[in-house]
Unconditional design. Structure first.
Length: 442
């Protein structure tokens, strides 16, 4: 679980610390509120970028393969250029954190994540110079029975690469030499964690497992498997028991059981949230070795049950289908990040989902929202507010901290928030649209 995030000179934050713990224990459910433009998205996107930063070498290899294949097939050069521009965003560490440095600030940008993974605490930090180049990477956690520095990689003032790596990190001499060679070639363009991921893909898995500190493998796996959803993209770690693409797609006929299992679990979800949805099923077209499928909603309309392709459902219902695998992952021990969880979904629906998830979660869900009805459902320990003063200084506070005093169970948290008791709301003046039109016409 992510226990805190510290940012310095990151986008709209000159310096901020978000503590996601409750009495020093991990907080499994974190709801972040704040006025528009306060930095909610900026804050949680750093955790998404953490996951993306572990895959940069893999992405670079995949991009190279696609480009090579398309070149062989004499594809349109403009299309090839467009494809490269789309994929390059996650194929090196500088691109992952592109345009993240606070505008007008020439000091280093620092991003530090604290965590507790399988009972072992630690932190991971990245430092970038004002040109967006990675100049330091550090991982601190448990080595044996004590906390210590797993590694620090940095460039000095002469741009020389320096590394301090714990001897306990890797037991194999050959593997240590491979890591050293790879660091000299790739570090700065990629992080050590991304380089480790590349080595893991190249070497025998059993050899790696026997040669590398378990804690490093666990940290790498946890970071890489963070699932997320934001306005631009979505990344969900697949569940082998159900379909990756829920609305439509194709699978090998050998995986038909996944289709059946997905139908079963979706019927435990949608009919309980809608009065008119009786059940769902998949229409299937069977090929030689593939099954093409499409999700169908059996819906009651004018006292008759009719079959409606899910593609024709409302935006809110489609959003719920997108959230479904993410909620399952958080329930099943995964770390999930969702920006604007309530977008397009009725406030009563999202409140019920979060309430049910709070009863079952074994992983961690961190999300942003404007839905104040949730405040009637969530305990105050799960609610955070980004507060902004008149000088533009910001801090992230748990509601108990934001109030400055202990809140009672009888307090109406939603009403207190909307009345400005915790800050984190817009303070508005009237807008005179008649004056605006007069200005246009003058």
């Amino acid at each position: 679980m992510i226990t805190s995030v510290y940012l310095k000179n990151y986008k709209s934050f000159s310096e901020i610390f978000a503590d996601f713990t409750i009495n020093k224990a991990e907080n499994p459910l974190v709801a972040i509120y704040g006025e528009n433009g306060s930095g909610k998205t900026n804050l949680i996107e750093t955790i998404i970028k953490l996951s993306e930063s572990t895959r940069t070498i893999y992405n670079a290899h995949e991009l190279s393969k696609i480009q090579e294949q398309l070149t062989k097939e004499n594809e349109n050069k403009d299309f090839l250029k467009m494809l490269a521009s789309v994929n390059i965003a996650q194929s090196n560490i500088s691109s992952v954190f592109k345009n993240s440095h606070t505008i007008g600030n020439t000091d280093d940008m620092v991003i530090k994540y604290s965590f507790n993974i399988k009972g072992k605490k630690g932190y991971y930090s990245l430092t970038f110079d004002s040109d967006g180049m990675l100049i330091e990477e550090k991982l601190y956690s448990i080595i044996g029975k004590r906390a210590g520095n797993l590694y620090t990689i940095y460039k000095d003032d002469n741009n020389k690469l320096n590394s301090k790596i714990s001897p306990s990190l890797i037991s194999s001499t050959d593997l240590r030499q491979e890591l050293k060679n790879s660091l000299n070639r790739l570090w700065g363009t990629h992080t050590l964690l991304a380089i480790f991921g590349d080595i893991y893909d190249k070497f025998n898995k059993e050899f790696i497992d026997n040669s590398v500190l378990d804690n490093l493998k666990n940290i790498f796996s946890e970071f890489q498997h963070i699932s997320f959803k934001n306005e631009k993209s979505m990344g969900v770690m697949s569940n082998k028991a159900i379909l990756n693409e829920l609305e439509s797609g194709k699978i090998n006929i050998k995986n038909k059981s996944r289709l059946e299992k997905t139908t079963e679990v979706l019927n435990q979800f949608f009919p309980r949230l809608y009065t008119d949805i009786k059940r769902v099923h998949y229409d299937i077209e069977e090929g030689a070795d593939e099954l093409h499928y499409q999700l169908i909603v059996e819906k009651k309309v004018d006292a008759k049950v009719i079959n409606i392709p899910f593609a024709q459902e409302s935006t809110g219902t489609k959003k719920l289908l997108e959230l479904f695998p993410l909620i399952l992952l958080a329930t099943d021990g995964g770390t999930v990040i969702i920006d604007e969880i309530d977008t397009g979904i009725h406030d009563l629906l999202i409140s019920k989902l979060v309430e049910n998830l709070a009863d079952s979660i074994t992983g961690q869900l961190i999300f942003t929202t404007h839905d104040t009805l949730l405040m009637q459902t969530l305990p105050t320990q799960n609610i955070y507010v980004i507060q902004v003063d008149y000088q533009g200084r910001k801090r992230v506070s748990n509601l108990n901290q934001a109030s400055g005093s202990r809140l009672r169970d009888s307090n109406n948290i939603q009403k207190l928030y909307l009345n400005g008791y915790f800050s984190g709301i817009p303070y508005l003046n009237d807008v005179d649209f008649d004056d605006i039109l007069e200005t246009i016409e003058d």
